[in-house]
Design a binder for this molecule. Structure first.
Ligand code: NDP
Length: 236
């Protein structure tokens, strides 16, 4: 496994993104994280970027390229929720979630693809959610943004698959982070009942799959949706 490649993880200051960055650091990769606030884990280069802002994304990539070299592996992880039922969902609730979760992936992957095309090698890993394909009441904005990443990765696979670049979706189930801590106890208990594994996952369990997808062992996998959800989505 090549371990000295350059990785950029968006939203690497906390939660799943942080765990992903930590795993890559442990495996010897050169790791940069984007953060709007805070810092990435030890051993990473932290660059400031809001993924809704194309100019900020561009500047962050330039800083990483100048410090570590061209980005070879990109993990579009930054994401938000603004949950509410359809009739109460505002234009802003919808647009901000789509612009962060889907638009963010677009901006970051577009910028990363330039270097990957030059190198004729790249790994694009999009962090979706079980909710994207399973559906969830109160999460129309979020589910729409997350299921769209599947079409994104598959189209990218068809565009760039012949250039040594793979694009895959990792779809976590319920993972213990700030995002799920926001759910009410009642909702959390309800969700847990429907998970065959009978528990929430850890951010590190998602990170292990992401680092594997980035490895040479996964060179012939592209356009796939890889669930990390304790069986909840039954493989989608
Ligand atoms: P957290 O809420 O713990 O962290 C979200 C991360 O995204 C933070 O680093 C945050 O930065 C960053 N972020 C949000 N908006 C932006 C933005 N506009 N620009 C740049 N960074 C931004 O979430 P998780 O770690 O739980 O989730 C990470 C990903 O995994 C998300 O895409 C989420 O949808 C997905 N996921 C999570 C699941 C879970 O159960 N936790 C399940 C399935 C998918 P900041 O700290 O600056 O706000």
């Amino acid at each position: 496994m090549s371990t000295d490649r350059v990785v950029l993880v968006t939203g690497g200051n906390r939660g799943i993104g942080r765990a992903i960055a930590e795993r890559f650091v442990s495996a010897g990769y050169k790791v940069a994280v984007t953060a709007r606030s805070g810092e990435g884990p030890e051993g990473t280069l932290t660059v400031r970027a809001d993924v809704t802002d194309a100019a900020a994304v561009d500047a962050a990539f330039t800083e990483v390229e100048n410090t570590l070299g061209p980005v070879e592996i990109v993990v579009a992880n930054a994401g938000i929720t603004k949950d509410t039922l359809l009739l109460r969902m505002t234009e802003d609730d919808f647009d901000s979630v789509v612009s962060t979760n889907l638009g963010g992936a677009f901006r970051v992957v577009k910028r990363a693809s330039k270097g990957m095309l030059r190198a004729k090698w790249g790994r694009v890993i999009l962090i979706s959610s079980v909710v994207g394909l399973y559906g969830s009441p109160g999460q129309i904005n979020y589910a729409a943004s997350k299921s769209a990443l599947v079409g994104f990765a598959r189209s990218l696979t068809r565009e760039l698959g012949g250039r040594g670049i793979t694009a895959n979706v990792v779809a976590p189930g319920f993972i213990e982070t700030d995002m799920t801590a926001e759910l009410s106890d009642e909702t959390q208990a309800e969700y847990k009942k429907s998970i065959p594994a009978g528990r929430y996952g850890s951010a590190d369990e998602v990170a292990g799959v992401v680092t594997w997808i980035a490895s040479d062992d996964a060179a012939y996998i592209s356009g796939a949706v890889i669930p990390v959800d304790g069986g909840l989505g039954m493989g989608h």
